[in-house]
Structure formats: structure tokens, C-alpha cells
Design a protein. Structure first.
Length: 239
């Protein structure tokens, strides 16, 4: 899909990864980039950095009615980036049900709902591309400091992989990028807080991540694919 002239929605675009993706889609010629985030200051700052192509929507992605209103703009490109919460303490099983349930809602249920709402409008417009932003925290069988976050990201990865058939039925391609730690300000702070012998290789650059998102949007052969961005390796597909 050619990004030029298309409308895009990027959730969680007030800072960091989401902001970089929104800026990149605008640079690639998107006619409109809808910056969706609960952080109004950061979201409007993202719009200022992009310019006239950008429009801010303040939204709680766990509010179904608000998500329905957001998706009424009928984007041809959707990036489900909103998420987070692995650093919130306490985590499961000490966390109250409301907290771990909210993490599942934000990291898994919200992108499932936006995807569902996007399908028919995208189909009517001739097709679309959806990119889910997962995490290496959702891969493998090892422990994770936030079980609810890891479970949600694992679910998002599997959810993506099951939707390959939408390419034929709706002309909509759903893919996922699963990065390790990304070189955002927050990511750098978290890495620097670790003992030096636990920091591992350098973080994934924002350029590498946004290059991958653009590839997943543009490459018409890719559907239901999950691409891993590790810190020490080149991007590679997991399926």
C-alpha cells in the first residue's frame, strides 16, 4: 500500500514510539495522521511537530464508546501502539483485579476492538493496513516482571498471526512488530537504571522501528506476519 494520500490513525502517539511512527507516516505522505492519546500535552506536541497533516484526539483506549468514535474517521492505515504498564507495581498476583484487568484491556482488548471497527470501512475504501506494536515481553516461555503485560502482548502477537485471511476476505493486512527495548527517553532511563552487566546490547533505534512499520504497511505480500526487532540482530520474521 502506498502511504501517500492515505489517512492514518496512530494510538499512543503522544511520545516515544508512537510519536516517531506518526511523524514517519506524515513524512511518507499520509494525507492525515490522527494522533490518538490520553496525554493531551504530548499529543498536541506531536501534532505541532508534524504540522497541518496531524490532528489530535484525546482518548482513553479502554473506553469502548470513545474508540468507536475514533474509528469513525475511517483510516486506511491503523497503528495500534497504545499500551504499557509493565513497570506498574504491584503486578499480578499482588495487583488488584482492576489493575491487571486494565492492563489486558489496554494492551490487548483495545487493539482487537480498533481492528474490528476498521475492517469494513477499510474494505469499502479498497483495502487497508494494520500494524500492531507488540513486545518481546510476549515471546517465549520465560518469566516476566509483569505477567499481565506479557500475557496481553503474547495475545496480541497470536491475534495478529490468526488474521492472515483478512487479506483475501477484506483486502486488509494485519501485521505485528515485536521490539525489544526501544531507544526512547523512557527506554534509555530504564536501561541506565540497571546494573551495567545486565544492560545487554544497545536498544532498538527508532529509525529501525519506523522503517519496519513502513515496510509492514507498504509490502502487499505481508499478512499475519510477526517481525522481531532484537537489540543485537537484524529484524527477522517469526512466522
Amino acid at each position: 500500500m502506498d502511504i501517500n494520500g492515505k489517512r492514518a490513525v496512530v494510538t499512543g502517539a503522544a511520545v516515544g514510539i508512537g510519536r516517531a511512527i506518526a511523524q514517519r507516516l506524515a513524512a511518507e505522505g499520509a494525507a492525515e495522521v490522527v494522533v490518538a492519546d490520553i496525554d493531551e500535552y504530548g499529543g498536541r506536541r506531536t501534532c505541532d511537530l508534524i504540522g497541518q497533516q496531524a490532528r489530535f484526539v484525546r482518548i482513553d483506549m479502554t473506553d469502548d464508546d470513545a474508540v468507536t468514535d475514533l474509528m469513525a474517521c475511517q483510516p486506511q492505515i491503523l497503528v495500534n501502539n497504545a499500551g504499557g504498564g509493565p513497570d506498574l507495581k504491584p503486578c499480578f498476583p499482588e495487583a488488584p483485579k482492576t489493575r491487571w484487568s486494565a492492563s489486558l484491556d489496554l494492551n490487548l482488548r483495545a487493539p482487537m476492538l480498533t481492528t474490528q471497527l476498521a475492517l469494513e470501512p477499510m474494505h469499502k475504501l479498497g483495502g487497508g493496513a494494520i500494524v500492531n506494536v507488540g513486545s518481546t515481553g510476549g515471546l517465549g516461555l520465560g518469566p516476566h516482571s509483569s505477567p499481565e503485560y506479557a500475557a496481553a502482548k503474547a495475545g496480541l502477537i497470536k491475534f495478529t498471526a490468526t488474521l492472515a485471511s483478512l487479506k483475501d476476505s477484506h483486502s486488509v493486512r494485519v501485521n505485528c512488530v515485536a521490539p525489544d527495548w526501544v531507544a526512547t527517553e523512557r527506554g534509555r532511563q530504564e536501561r541506565e537504571a540497571l546494573p551495567e552487566d545486565e544492560r545487554g546490547p544497545e536498544q532498538v533505534s527508532l529509525e529501525t522501528l519506523t522503517d519496519t512499520v513502513v515496510r509492514l504497511v507498504e509490502d502487499e505480500t505481508l499478512a499475519g506476519r510477526v517481525i522481531l526487532l532484537g537489540r543485537a540482530e537484524a529484524p527477522y520474521f517469526l512466522n
